[in-house]
Design a protein around this ligand. Structure first.
Ligand code: NOJ
Length: 541
């Protein structure tokens, strides 16, 4: 069998992540919803999207924007009903678009029936479904990702329970077989039977916490609570658990999984999850790059602002630079809503009151208390949030230059503020501008990626000049003569780069419209790139 035949369906796809609260409101309540998503399928199809991933749309008190699920088998009512999801599954499949959901099963909401029963008494049959401990002191010094302690004393049961995220998100006990079976049934088979094609798996490597809880080493002496992921990330039974999940559920549906894999910088460890001979997950998000900063732990700043420049002069060029890079890198391409129009981070002038995310708000409160509201510290906190905070990527999708960016008709406006620059950065305007817009550029890159999939999606990657912090130069090789060279300038100054030694590289696409013309006069392999400039060359194609 040739490798092309053996390839799973999800290798070549372009997947688009939708944040349901902020994508499109269909009923004027200020919050995005499932019918809103349905109304934009053709937009996604036109962009070249093959798979849509919807962030949690399940029933939830929304303490952590749906990552606190109170019923896996119901939809959060303001988003719609299970019927709406069925309509969406049907409509997507009619257009050849697949759908994946978020699988959030490290924890539930404290409002889930399982937790309510579990805490009701020490001899409740579900008492062991969550991670608890009966000592009167917090069992360990573990810190929650959302600031403060990871243990909460529960008056009702007289014991502590573990919550690695908010206290309203108790951690499930994966040691208990009945719990695992219930998860497989309620959170997975329920949706797979309805035709969903797989899951993005939330914090997949922290389920196995062992049974012996120890204090974490003190790395931040200012606080009692300390990060403890060395004890629970990639725990001793995690691979066994994932093999079971495949055998019991996933293998029966040819379902795809993409696991969120924090705290795992070592590629050898990553391979233990995705290696072909012992597959546990189809693929993973390896977040070392995006989480290496103080403050936010699971941050999602907008890529233009985070990795390039969102200044008025360069934000369009920067958004195209990132498109060039992502469109030519090996692997399955994941795209976040609004990236296709180059949406940028929250303006630096917005105060903390405009932020909604529990992670951002708790971080601010903790630092305010810790520093007696020291203005310099708080300014630093705000600067961090403006770069890293998850609110940045949660602002409403900018559809038009009209009221509330065309996201909602709600008189009082959307649930969270629209970006000040929606008049300049929006879909309607970029559709009008056509090819020269960021949206036009993304469409072209996605088309090019699909046309040259053997090279761009599957080709072998080679890095060049890897010590250079301002440029990113890489090549792709397909078996045979086909080659791609990608030269990217990640700085606001001109940079010189050297093209790899390929026979007759031909300029294909660049983020400065005139690059093709300029190329004609250039001899040899040296290229001078302007600020934030990127180019893609193909050879032998
Ligand atoms: C990790 C997710 O990326 C984040 O958005 C969420 O808040 C936590 N898991 C809790 O589920």
């Amino acid at each position: 069998m040739s490798s092309a035949v053996a390839r799973p369906w999800w290798k070549d796809v372009v997947c688009y992540q939708i944040y349901p609260a902020s994508f499109k409101d269909s009923n004027g309540d200020g919050l995005g919803d499932i019918p809103g998503i349905l109304s934009r399928i053709d937009y996604l199809k036109d962009l070249g999207i093959d798979v849509v991933w919807i962030s949690p749309m399940f029933d939830s008190p929304q303490v952590d924007m749906g990552y606190d699920i109170s019923d896996y088998e119901r939809v959060y009512t303001p988003y719609g009903l299970v019927n709406d999801m069925e309509d969406l599954i049907y409509a997507r499949h009619q257009r050849g678009i697949k759908l994946i959901l978020d699988l959030v099963v490290n924890h539930t909401s404290d409002q889930h029936a399982w937790f309510k029963e579990s805490r009701s008494s020490k001899d409740n049959p579900r008492r062991d479904w969550y991670a608890e401990d009966g000592t009167r002191l917090p069992p360990t010094n573990w810190r929650s990702y959302f600031s403060g302690q990871a243990w909460e004393y529960d008056e009702q049961s007289g014991e502590y329970y573990l919550h690695l995220f908010a206290k309203e998100q108790p951690d499930l006990n994966w040691e208990n077989e009945e719990t695992r079976k219930a998860i497989y049934h309620s959170a997975m088979r329920f949706w797979l039977d309805k035709g969903v094609d797989g899951f993005r798996v939330d914090v997949v490597n922290i389920y196995s916490k062992g049974v012996e809880f120890k204090d974490a080493p003190i790395v931040d002496p200012r606080f009692y609570e300390q990060p403890a992921w060395c004890y629970y990330a990639n725990g001793s039974r995690i691979h066994e658990i994932l093999r079971e999940m495949n055998a019991e559920v996933l293998n029966h549906y040819d379902a795809v999984t993409v696991g969120e894999l924090p705290h795992t910088p070592d590629p050898k460890k990553v391979l233990e999850y995705v290696g072909a001979s012992d597959k546990q997950l189809s693929m993973v998000f390896q977040s070392t790059l995006s989480t290496s900063a103080r403050g936010a732990s699971t941050n999602q700043g907008r890529s233009v602002s985070r990795f390039a420049s969102d200044s008025p002069a360069y934000r369009t060029t920067s958004a195209k630079l990132l498109s060039l890079m992502l469109g030519s890198l090996t692997g399955t391409l994941f795209h976040y809503q609004g990236q296709e129009i180059g949406m940028i981070n929250i303006p630096p002038t917005w105060p903390i009151d405009f932020y909604r995310d529990i992670e951002s708000v708790n971080f601010y409160k903790t630092m305010a208390a810790q520093t007696q509201k020291d203005p310099a510290e708080l300014e630093y906190v705000m600067r961090s949030l403006q770069i890293l905070g998850r609110d940045n990527a949660r602002l409403p999708m900018q559809w038009t230059g009209g009221k509330h960016a065309g996201f909602t008709d709600c008189e009082t406006g959307p649930w969270t503020r629209v970006h000040d620059l929606y008049g300049e950065i929006n879909v309607e305007r970029q559709v009008r501008e056509g090819k020269g817009s960021v949206l036009g550029f993304w469409k072209r890159m996605i088309r090019l990626r699909k046309e040259h999939a053997e090279l761009l999606v599957h080709g072998a990657y080679e890095g060049f000049e890897i010590e250079d912090e301002k440029t990113f130069v890489f090549g792709k090789r397909e078996s045979g003569e086909k080659r791609a060279a990608v030269v990217l300038n990640f700085s606001g100054e001109e940079q010189e780069v050297e093209l790899p030694v390929y026979e007759g590289p031909v300029f294909q696409v660049g983020n400065y419209g005139d690059a093709a013309e300029k190329e004609k006069s250039i001899e040899g392999r040296i290229r001078r790139l302007r600020p934030w400039e990127g180019r893609l060359y193909l050879a032998g194609c």
